[in-house]
Structure formats: structure tokens, C-alpha cells
Design a protein around this ligand. Structure first.
Ligand code: SF4
Length: 367
């Protein structure tokens, strides 16, 4: 792979300036109007960046304003209960982001007088903030000259310089980080970072990049060498693992269901310590293993379950099949970390999308 210095030799300062002007001019004409682009409030920019980690823009949009209507300032977020934040985050997935957001808000209030910090070390010391998010927030909110490198930007830079190989390989990623920093337009750091991201999303797309519409085509080595379709090389995806989760929907005389929190019987990533139906990860026999779990955990001996159609749930590289089992239990136990609630009222407590899918199957509202 070419070393960074070779790239510097190839692009003269004048060429770098021309590239910056072309891309920034294009961005100012074509930028999409997202709500986080109409503010210079570091809090609102930070919330957007947290939501956009691992979630598509279209999925973030309906949640963003709603979340900020509830938590309109960093002080309000810092003073809120975790369950309130999780409820507002419901539907976005990866709930550790919501927990970190609240913890970071508390730190910002305690250590930075309620204002998002202005330096990289201080930003990196906040829970849930890595190099990319820190650079994005600091550059967009305060104009700090830091390049924000994500997958989109890495692809654009790799094509601009015709860098081959796996971009996520640590040494290559570090080299891309240096390239990104070298190309950064220091006077317009926030716009520059967003322009590269926007180019990667709209023009320099993973498949079929639209080089004929690209504002930086004249500087792009991959384009001039007809390599754009081959860079970056496709990553070898791990084969998806299928996980079976059996969930018990236990209904009492009043039509309420039993919800539990953190039962510890299965992977936290899936249900993320939110309110959920008692569940087990199935090894061999779903109904039997679920019965054993209910007996051991709640002292409930269920004679008969009604099994409902399975629901599919995807979590990154796992295919999760949710197996709902309904049973009638006249008197449900009231224990610590359990809750009785009508199925229709599930939206009143923080539940994961997997739990909502199971409830929809029971209510007959699944798509
Ligand atoms: Fe990407 Fe093509 Fe533009 Fe190069 S010319 S940056 S490959 S869209």
C-alpha cells in the first residue's frame, strides 16, 4: 500500500486546495437538509452523531426530534432516569448508546458546566465517544480541525488514492486516518467532514459510483485508472449465525402479561436489559427448555403452551428467530424485577424491538 508520504508527493498544495474547493462547493449546493444540520448547538449535534452510529439516516429521522423534545438540553438528559432515556430510544436499537448518552451528559454537567467539551482528550473521556464521534462533533460544532473517518469517508479516500486491500485492517485504517487529516480543510472542518460523508452516500457509493457527476473526479486516481468498481475490495462477511430464542407470554386472569428485566438467561445484546418476556436461548427443544426456565426462575409449572408463528429478527451478523409460546397462568408471580402489564400497554415501558415483535405476533398485528 502506498505510504502517506507518496500521496503527499502526488497532490501538490495547489491540487489539495482545488480538491477542497470543488468538494465544498458541491456540498454547499447539494447538502441535504437534516435537522442536525440547521443547528450549531453541540448537544443536538452530539445526539445526532450518537443516533447515526450503526443506524441509517432514514431510521434516525423520526426519532431525533422526538428525543430532543423530551430531552431538550444536556441538563435535562443528565437528570433523567435511565428507563426514560431507554424508552425514548426505543426502536433505534443498540441501547448501550442511550445509556452512554445519559452517562456522558452527567459527566458534561459535572465536569464541563453543561457544555460539550472542546478538546479531543476531553471528548474521548466521555462514555460512548470514540475517535470518529469526537472528531465529528468537535469539527461540526466548534470547527476544530479534526478529520472524521467512517466507512463512507474511508471508501472515498481509498478511491481518490487508489488504495487497495481491506480498509479496516488496522495499519491501513491508520494510514487512511492520516490521509483524511492531510486533506482536511482546516478553515471549514465541519463542512469538509460532512461533505466527504455526503459524497460517499450520494455519489461515491459502494456499488456503481457515479463518477460522471463527481466534483472531485479530476483528482481521483481510481477513476482515471478505471478502478472505482474494484476499490475497496469486497469484505468477506462472516456467515450469519442463527440463534433461536423461545419467549414465554404468560397471561393472567386480568389479561396482563409477565415482563422481566435482565433475566440473565440469554445474550444481553439481543434484549439489552429492557423489559421483556421471560426467554431462553434454545439449544435443542424450545418448549421443554422454556418450561425448565420458568420453573427454575419463577416456580411456575406450565402444562401446555400454545406456540405462535416465529418472528424473524436480525442483529448484525446473527439471524434471530423468535419463538413465542403463550400460556394462561391465573395468578402471575410478583417478584423483584418483574412487572405485570397489559400487552396493549407495552409502549409505556422501555422494550426492545424484539419484544415488540413478539407482542405483535400475539396480538395478531405482525405484518
Ligand atoms: Fe468516487 Fe468516482 Fe468520485 Fe472517484 S470519481 S471519488 S470513484 S465517485
Amino acid at each position: 500500500m502506498p505510504h502517506n508520504s507518496r500521496v503527499k508527493r502526488r497532490l501538490s498544495p495547489r491540487a489539495v486546495t482545488a480538491l477542497q474547493q470543488s468538494l465544498l462547493g458541491w456540498f454547499r449546493r447539494h447538502r441535504r437538509a437534516y435537522p442536525w444540520r440547521t443547528t450549531d448547538d453541540p448537544y443536538r449535534i452530539w445526539v445526532a452523531e450518537m443516533m447515526l452510529q450503526q443506524t441509517r439516516i432514514a431510521a434516525v429521522l423520526p426519532h431525533y426530534e422526538r428525543f430532543l423534545a423530551t430531552f431538550s438540553s444536556v441538563n435535562i438528559l443528565a437528570g433523567s432516569k435511565e428507563s426514560e432515556v431507554l424508552r425514548a430510544w426505543s426502536g433505534l436499537g443498540y441501547y448501550s448508546r442511550a445509556r452512554n448518552l445519559r452517562l456522558a451528559a452527567q459527566k458534561i454537567v459535572a465536569d464541563h458546566a453543561g457544555r460539550f467539551p472542546r478538546t479531543l482528550p476531553e471528548a474521548l473521556a466521555l462514555p460512548g465517544i470514540g475517535q470518529y464521534t469526537a472528531a465529528a462533533v468537535l469539527s461540526i460544532a466548534y470547527g476544530v480541525p479534526l478529520a472524521a473517518l467512517d466507512g463512507n469517508v474511508a471508501r472515498v479516500l481509498a478511491r481518490l488514492h487508489a488504495l487497495r486491500g481491506d480498509l479496516r485492517q488496522p495499519r491501513r485504517w491508520s494510514a487512511l486516518q492520516r490521509l483524511a487529516q492531510d486533506l482536511l480543510s482546516s478553515e471549514s472542518a465541519g463542512d469538509w467532514n460532512q461533505a466527504l460523508m455526503e459524497l460517499g452516500e450520494l455519489v461515491c457509493t459502494p456499488q456503481n459510483p457515479r463518477c460522471s457527476e463527481c466534483p472531485v473526479a479530476a483528482s481521483c486516481v481510481a477513476h482515471t485508472r478505471c478502478l472505482a468498481d474494484r476499490i475497496p475490495a469486497p469484505r468477506r462477511k462472516p456467515r450469519p449465525v442463527t440463534v433461536l430464542i423461545a419467549a414465554a407470554i404468560l397471561r393472567d386472569n386480568d389479561g396482563r402479561v409477565l415482563l422481566v428485566r435482565d433475566p440473565g438467561a440469554h445474550d444481553h445484546v439481543l434484549f439489552s436489559r429492557m423489559w421483556q418476556f421471560p426467554a431462553v436461548q434454545v439449544q435443542n427443544h424450545a418448549e421443554h427448555e422454556l418450561s425448565m426456565h420458568l420453573s427454575a426462575t419463577f416456580g411456575l409449572n406450565i402444562d401446555a403452551f400454545e406456540q405462535l408463528p416465529a418472528a424473524k429478527h436480525g442483529v448484525t451478523f446473527r439471524k434471530v428467530l423468535l419463538l413465542p409460546f403463550v400460556a394462561y397462568v391465573p395468578r402471575l408471580p410478583k417478584l423483584a424485577r418483574t412487572r405485570l402489564l397489559a400487552l396493549e400497554q407495552l409502549g409505556k415501558v422501555p422494550v426492545s424491538s424484539a419484544t415488540r415483535k413478539i407482542a405483535a405476533t400475539v396480538l395478531g398485528t405482525a405484518p
